[in-house]
Design a protein around this ligand. Structure first.
Ligand code: SF4
Ligand code: SF4
Length: 420
């Protein structure tokens, strides 16, 4: 696909601004009515989903040139997909995909940010956006006994992802995930030289780099002979489950998020949450596990001649309702002593943590501002703990906490507290 392929979607935009907010019927208070962090922060139409579509049309029609000035708008967007869900509440048109294509078109013209070039240089050099080792060359799994699936056969592959591998403060979540899988007797393995899924590269606009990573990973998975691929990272999950399928890469195994797999183990009686954790928690839906984790829809067709928006065959849209929402909630509610309180914006209407789309790297202030908005919403539930299911969210929330009386944990840390 290319930006041109979304022309009719972009032309369908009526500038109603619904994409700036969560759908009206879902709004519970004025304070948490926004859905798009970019417009909420910068308050100028160009920084909204609809504004970006107007820019897309202007680029196609050569009324606007690709320029460095454009990058401020293109990259101050978390690629969170909230605009897409809100727009599709009433409309049948894609918003997220043309925004993504605009990034790809910029990169193809050599327009990008130095911080992303550095990450991509690392990806080309060592297969990861950030080097996977911490200080002294130590890696997150070094003192754990775990199989390397590139050397011996395993049933289940655990993929940590480069957000976790490259950030020592997040290692505990990966270590706890492995400990839980081993306690349940799962024949699990990792790759000592694990390669990035490529998903973040795709959403930064580097489609070619994504394709290279996908090709390598699929070959490596096939050699392992595993039946299940589990990851604790929402962005890796989305890449393996959605992007690989979209581009025709078939990993040949079942792709599950760690919350889905742990719930399966609990249901099978292989893991038992026996310890009471007396706490009230609220759950943050990571964008790439929730609305953007919805399976890809392989629609192929064409516009009916003479019609503005009629397709043959009828076009199907992803609306974000079929992401992974229930498994993490069920897992949490199965822990004795835990009560779950929902934030005002939840499931496909969840507010982003702020770290996505390269914003954490290119505009850390914006990333932290976005996280603080979410922390405000979490605190109003009266929860002791904000639980997330992605290392990217975990890191950004913890960075934004600044002494607030709220704990932030990855879901595996709580399950480990109850089961190990
Ligand atoms: S993208 Fe959709 S919701 Fe946003 S202004 Fe355009 S039509 Fe309205
Ligand atoms: S992807 Fe997220 S940040 Fe970007 S325009 Fe849409 S809602 Fe706003």
């Amino acid at each position: 696909m290319a930006l041109e392929d979304y022309r009719t979607d972009m032309e369908a935009c009526c500038r109603c601004s619904v994409c700036k907010f969560i759908p009206m019927e879902q709004v519970k208070s004025y304070d948490f009515a926004y859905g798009c962090p970019s417009i909420a922060r910068y308050n100028f139409h160009a920084y909204s989903g609809g504004g970006r579509l107007a820019i897309g049309i202007a680029l196609l029609d050569k009324e606007l040139e690709y320029s460095r000035g454009l990058l401020d708008i293109v990259y101050n967007c978390q690629m969170c997909g909230a605009c897409d869900v809100s727009c599709k509440y009433a409309m049948d048109m894609d918003v997220f995909e043309p925004i993504s294509e605009m990034r790809i078109a910029c990169v193809e013209r050599g327009l990008t940010l130095p911080v992303f070039e550095k990450m991509i240089a690392s990806l080309r050099q060592n297969g990861n956006l950030v080097p996977p080792a911490g200080a002294g060359g130590k890696r997150w799994f070094d003192d754990l006994e775990v199989k390397d699936y590139t050397r011996e056969k395993v049933e289940v592959i655990f993929h940590a992802g480069c957000r976790l591998g490259g950030d020592r403060s997040l290692w505990e979540a990966g270590r706890m995930a492995l400990a839980l899988l081993k306690k349940a007797g799962v024949d699990v393995g990792i790759a000592a030289g694990e390669k990035c899924c490529g998903g973040r590269a795709h959403y930064l606009g580097y489609r070619e780099e994504f394709l290279k990573q996908a090709e390598q990973n699929v070959k490596q998975f096939a050699r392992a002979g595993a039946t299940v691929l589990v990851t604790g990272c929402a962005e890796c999950y989305q890449a393996f489950r959605v992007l690989y399928d979209r581009y025709g890469f078939t990993p040949g195994l079942e792709v599950l998020h760690i919350s889905e797999y742990l719930l399966r183990l609990v249901r099978e009686g292989r893991l038992r949450p026996y310890r009471e954790l007396n706490m009230k928690v609220t759950y943050h839906d990571p964008c790439y596990l929730g609305r953007l984790g919805e399976p890809w829809v392989h629609w192929e067709g064409k516009l009916k001649p003479g019609q503005i928006r009629l397709f043959d065959p009828p076009r199907e849209f992803r609306r974000g309702s079929y992401g992974v929402y229930q498994p993490p909630r069920e897992l949490l509610m199965g822990i004795p002593g835990i009560t779950l309180a929902e934030m005002e914006r939840n499931r496909e209407y969840a507010w982003c943590c702020g770290a996505g789309g390269g914003v954490k790297e290119s505009n850390p202030d914006f990333a932290l501002w976005t996280a603080r908005e979410r922390l405000k919403e979490a605190r109003l539930t009266g929860a002791d703990v904000l639980v997330t299911a992605c290392p990217g969210c975990l890191r950004n929330f913890r960075d934004a906490l600044a002494g607030q009386p709220l704990r932030v944990n990855d879901i595996t840390e709580l399950v480990a507290g109850a089961c190990l």
